[in-house]
Ligand binder design. Sequence first.
Ligand code: ATP
Length: 200
Amino acid sequence: MRVGIMGGTFDPLHIGHMMAAETARESYALEEVWFMPSHIPPHKHEAGASGEERLAMVEGAVRNHAAFGILDLEIARGGVSYTYETITLLQKEYPEHEFFFIVGADMVQYLPKWHGIEELVRRLTFIGVGRPGTPLDLAALPGFIAEKVLLADMPLVDISSTMLRARAAEGKSIRYMVPDAVYDYVQRSGLYGTQPRSAD
Ligand code: ATP
């Protein structure tokens, strides 16, 4: 089975993440895409959501897509998880699957710095999507990485989780910038400094 992994902190999950997963799925005939929230050390991220809250938001958002699922392995393990270690575990558990790791342009540029990248590119293929602010430029990558990055064409989405947390804290709406289930969750729980209230 061809499986996409959509990794991120998802604090909160937004439509840029959803579109990246859907575009990669469609472009490269992925049978499933597993969203994998990463662990965030609590001291690093005081204003953010807990692992449980981030998982709950992702669960709500992927529920309606038959090909989307969740992988809670990095949150469950805690501590820093290198993608390299996670993929090693996944390949042991699912030796018959072919894995594709979905990343935005900012991450594509950063790939040479990833822990274990030499081994990682032997084990999986990356699918890169565009994101405003960083050109999606494979020529800037070392050849051994560039040849393992496929590109998927999606409309640019100028939304980041940082921007959404700031908007929420200022009392501005984040509706339609995040999936409905995420919007409802944030409103109900008062995450990011929103005033808790029932969804309107
Ligand atoms: P933060 O602002 O908190 O750093 P973020 O919006 O960058 O968060 P992450 O959860 O860190 O979101 O991103 C996970 C993955 O999704 C990364 O590969 C990132 O490049 C990609 N991604 C995030 N936002 C977008 C977007 N608007 N368009 C395309 N890809 C995106």
